[in-house]
Ligand binder design. Sequence first.
Ligand code: DCP
Ligand code: MG
Length: 458
Amino acid sequence: MRKQASVLHLDLDAFFASVEQRDKPSLRGKPVVVGGVGGRGVVATASYEARRYGVRSAMSTREARSRCPHAAFLTGRFHAYREASDVVMRLLREVSPLVEPLSLDEAFVDLERAGLPDLEVATVTAYAADLRERVAVATGGLTASIGLGTSKFIAKVASDLEKPDALVVVPPGTERDLLRPMSVSVIPGVGPVTAERLRRAGIQTVADLEAVDLAELLRLVGQAQGTGLHALARAHDDRPVVAEREAKSVSSEGTYETDLTDRRLMEGLLTRQAGEVAARLRKHGLSGRTVTIKVRLHDFTTLNRSTTLPEPTDSTATVARLARALLTDLDTSGGVRLLGVGVSGLADWIQDDLFGESSDTDGADGAPEEDEVLGVDAVEAGVKARRSVYAPGQDVEHDEMGRGWVWGSGRGVVTVRFETAGTPPGPVRSYALDEPALRPWRPAEPTENDMPAADPPA
Ligand code: DCP
Ligand code: MG
């Protein structure tokens, strides 16, 4: 923990939805839900207007539609999110050489390296206020919430306190008072499982946790987590801001008090870990090709087995299936004391996979639903038709009308609203799906001026 509030955490507000509202002026100030629009789709995020109706990340789109039927339900446009993220990260790197991105829309910035005259609360506050404005200008109006504190933990807690569009500084010395009334789940690493374990022991708030001595905590949550929890409950956090750290792999593992011998149990544990790993990949917009399991036997020999997929994945089912398959090749009859699952060979999201419904949606939810707002489910239709499909939210271009976005499609018709970030709310027109003047729009590929000029032989 530092003496000054020199760790800054920035997190964009309702990131995907805000980008959509920026680029679709008619949706500004309105409920917007971004995610899988198919029968089994899941909400990636919702605008704050939609959150008022109880729509949340990771909720099924079906549930979101019933809570907020008048929202615009849009598929994701990853090129736009990636571009906005790049703009923000570039700006942060101008501010300090020590920037640690955590996902597309959040990063830590170390202000000790930002060349400020001092790190007094007034100075860092003014600096962060200015940074928030610069982010809004550079991104064409996206808002960010910023937290400032004496550690990563506190800065991150602070940025979340008054979201959206907020700046919160936790003055040095007030950290523990801030944390005490909060739920233990505010502590990094305390997921639902640990929170439940603690709750059963009567520990719900950070204050409760603070009252537990180290030995008891180790008994409750194990060696691996106990020490960290004990420190974080006291706001002790010395983790440095690490520049450019690219996560090479994401993993989850557990050590067990008694040696495991039951294969079914081991498979169950691997499946759960696979779920955690896949959820983290999704959260950070990553996917990976190599799935690894780690198995420590009763005699402490540690085995690693891995397999590599042709395509990156972030799917719980895929990671779990491969992890279980890798286990079948190992002799674990003597007992196992550690199991882990990791995914490496990480790539950024492959855009089209993100919100693409799995191809087995056929029939499972009956016929594609009619959507009052945005027309029938074009993504699901797309899985079946493979090509020439218009998904709600998608960018399009028309020979005469110019650029716009798909408002909905169904019954052979696609409805488009012609507007972009720089125009006022625009007109709506409908076309036949095979209208030759209308086509999907993609941003130009990066210029290839630096590429060798040699054309391959025809
Ligand atoms: N995301 C996702 N699936 C999740 C959570 C998030 O696809 N389960 C994506 C969509 C979000 C983006 O990551 O827009 C950033 O995640 P945040 O947790 O920062 O959420 P938001 O930026 O949307 O909202 P907030 O204002 O709470 O930060
Ligand atoms: Mg965010």
